[in-house]
Design a protein around this ligand. Structure first.
Ligand SMILES: Nc1ncnc2c1ncn2[C@@H]1O[C@H](COP(=O)(O)OP(=O)(O)OP(=O)(O)O)[C@@H](O)[C@H]1O
Ligand SMILES: [Mg+2]
Length: 198
């Protein structure tokens, strides 16, 4: 298989574990490359297994940047995902950046969190960190925000007990969401009046 060549200038995002690059000549996809470290590679592989499970179970992907396979690159193995771009083609901002830069859209940010809450609970999708750094908001052609989760889904540990029953999974999701909302309220003042509905 031929290697894909990526450049430093293709960088579109940076997390603590992965670097995210635009896919050369394909606006619809991006490539995530884990930073060095055994733990990070294991974590990436765990995420891949989780996304494959979602696909197998036909979980709707309306608010997820889908995993699309691997590719060899000059920076090592890359993991391909949908790239989230605004209607004008620009890489979309994460909710964190948006909310720090533009206070006028606070009601829409709250709506985004509600949409994500409904999506996670309606489909019983496990997560460990769905926060404004891991939610990217696409600005569609009407100017409306359309949220996508780009990171933090699945489990942090290798053998999650929570997959065994739907009831237990729902309880775990609820416990984690309440905790997630509490920490968002501390970090983001616009979250202060948010009410969990599930
Ligand atoms: N599919 C995507 N489309 C557009 N931008 C993205 C996409 N995935 C990630 N990004 C951008 O890249 C940043 C880092 O990506 P990601 O959260 O996957 O990295 P990470 O290292 O796993 O993060 P963390 O520090 O939370 O572990 C995101 O905050 C977002 O701004
Ligand atoms: Mg992240």
């Amino acid at each position: 298989m031929s290697k894909i060549l990526i450049n430093d200038s293709d960088l579109i995002g940076k997390g603590s574990n992965r670097l995210v690059y635009a896919f050369p000549n394909d606006l619809s996809r991006c490539i995530k490359v884990p930073k060095p470290g055994r733990h990070r590679h294991k974590h990436q592989e765990r995420e891949v297994r989780f996304y494959e499970q979602l696909k197998k179970n036909r979980v709707p992907t309306d608010h997820i940047s889908r995993y699309l396979g691997t590719v060899e690159t000059n920076f090592g193995t890359g993991y391909i995902y949908d790239a989230i771009r605004d209607a004008n083609g620009q890489i979309s901002d994460k909710l964190k950046t948006m909310s720090l830069n533009n206070r006028e859209r606070v009601p829409e940010y709250l709506q985004v969190i509600e949409t994500i809450e409904d999506y996670l609970f309606d489909n019983l999708i496990s997560f460990y960190e769905v926060n404004p750094s891991n939610i990217v908001c696409r600005i569609n052609d009407n100017g409306a925000l359309e949220p996508f989760i780009v990171d933090g889904l699945g489990e942090k540990v290798a053998i999650p007990i929570v997959n065994y029953s739907r009831k237990l999974r729902r309880l775990t999701i609820r416990r984690r969401w309440l905790r997630q909302i509490e920490s968002m309220k501390i970090r983001f003042d616009w979250m202060k009046d948010y009410r969990v509905r599930h």
